[in-house]
Design a protein. Structure first.
Length: 227
């Protein structure tokens, strides 16, 4: 039976080569050392489950793909697209989704203003602009989802916090413009404990000596890899 650690290591090596990356470049992307990447690819040490999932997401494959044997030629044929082109296409797709949200907001604003101007007057334009208030968090969420799957880990926390605050602000603006309830400013305070919770979680994870531990540990527990 083929050793799972060797299979995972060969897949990592071949996927890396298909993308034209060096061990150092892959190590920098995941905050490891090139020595750790070398141990993965030789099958001496296997990435933990969470890291293996991040690798799968980065290469655009599944966990099942990472843990099953594939020939080097098949991987090169299937995953040799220019990383810059792939990244540009993903950014374009993210931008198109964001533009869609703003287009819907503009259509809603125009339709609401025209149909309610006679009865609401200027308030029709104010209430219609609520759509733009919600287009902001939807755009931030879209960017956050893109970054979570393909971006750098260091930008995840600021984006998560941006999602929380943009949603809180959109909610406050909705109450203010639709119900003229600007006195509900305390709604914004909902984002405070969530922000603190995210920061504590992020700092607790960042404080772990991730790379050194993975680099030096070549014991049987890690070598068993993912079952």
């Amino acid at each position: 039976m083929r050793d799972l650690s060797k299979t995972v290591g060969e897949n990592i090596a071949n996927l890396r080569k298909a993308r034209g990356l060096t061990q150092g470049q892959l190590a920098e992307r995941f905050a490891y050392t090139d020595k750790a990447i070398s141990k993965w690819e030789r099958g001496d040490v296997c990435p933990d489950v969470s890291t293996l999932q991040e690798l799968a997401d980065f290469f655009g494959v599944t966990m099942d793909y990472m843990t099953h044997f594939h020939t080097e030629q098949s991987i090169l044929e299937d995953h040799s697209k220019d990383p810059a082109t792939i990244r540009r296409n993903r950014i374009i797709m993210t931008a198109l989704v964001s533009v869609f949200f703003w287009t819907v907001a503009a259509v809603y604003f125009s339709g609401f203003a025209m149909t309610h101007e006679a009865t609401l007057g200027v308030d029709a334009y104010k209430q219609g602009s609520i759509a733009f208030a919600w287009a902001i968090p939807l755009t931030v969420i879209t960017v956050t989802v893109y970054n979570y799957r393909f971006g750098k880990p260091v930008t995840k926390m600021p984006l998560f916090i941006s999602v929380v605050w943009s949603l809180a602000i959109a909610l406050y603006i909705t109450f203010g413009l639709y119900a003229n309830a600007w006195n509900l400013w305390f709604v914004l305070f909902v984002a405070v404990p969530l922000t603190i919770a995210f920061l504590i979680f992020y700092l607790s994870r960042s404080s772990k000596p991730k790379a050194p531990a993975q680099e030096e540990n070549t014991g049987e527990q890690e070598k068993d890899c993912v079952q």
